[in-house]
Design a protein around this ligand. Structure first.
Ligand code: FES
Ligand code: FES
Length: 215
């Protein structure tokens, strides 16, 4: 004999009222979800079939990306992230995978002038755009990597490529200006350093800004 949640009991195969209501609620919710999913699917199909709609991609695609001034081609799945494509297909390993979920900034690259998390950017969405990675930056005096070196702005180094890239994007977006410490903090607030080398990073950014302004 089965015991009901309300203390009453039924014979073999019996159902409590609460269990019945829970079951009907689930059935109703699934019906709503199913109909919403069908509507979304129909909309996606219609959008893909529209003459000026987004191109529907499936299977492997051949992709050519402009990376640090070079045209690099590879075959990827449409769902591949820019980070995976750069590191695993194009051997551009400067951008690092740390959190892999748009939180830390170690994977930062510059796409058409904007700093983006490459771990959550689709590679196919970067077709025809200029991608800059830390591997292509000027490393001599006056460059951002040199400023990081001069100001000891790293410890383990995992966050460093992302910080250097975010710093470059920030300075490129503010040419000829001399930012304040607060400006730099805001400009780099999408990046995290677990070793806590923020003081060195900010000093490096301020120094690079000064050098670039005087150049
Ligand atoms: S690895 Fe992309 S934000 Fe952390
Ligand atoms: S230097 Fe180690 S995480 Fe930043």
């Amino acid at each position: 004999m089965a015991e009901h949640e309300n203390g009453t009991s039924t014979g073999r195969g019996g159902h409590s009222r609460r269990r019945f209501l829970r079951g009907s609620g689930l059935a109703a919710a699934s019906a709503v979800l199913t109909s919403q999913a069908n509507v979304a699917l129909d909309e996606a199909k219609a959008e893909a079939q529209a003459p000026d709609g987004p191109e529907a991609l499936s299977g492997d695609v051949t992709l050519t990306l402009q990376v640090d001034g070079r045209e690099l081609s590879c075959v990827v799945e449409p769902r591949s992230t820019l980070l995976d494509t750069l590191r695993n297909r194009l051997d551009v390993t400067g951008p690092k995978r740390v959190c892999d979920r748009a939180s830390c900034g170690a994977c930062t690259v510059i796409v058409d002038g904007d700093a983006v998390y490459s771990c959550t950017t689709l590679a196919v969405s970067c077709k025809g755009k200029a991608i800059e990675t830390v591997e292509g930056f000027e490393t001599g005096e006056g460059g951002v990597p040199h400023a990081f070196h001069q100001h000891d702005a790293l410890m383990c180094g995992y966050c460093t490529p992302g910080f250097v890239t975010a710093c470059k994007a920030f300075l490129d977006a503010n040419p000829g200006k001399e930012p304040t410490l607060e400006d730099v903090k805001r400009g780099l607030d999408g990046n995290i350093c677990r070793c806590g080398t923020y003081i060195g990073v900010f000093e490096a950014a301020l120094a690079a800004a000064k050098t670039m302004k005087g150049a």
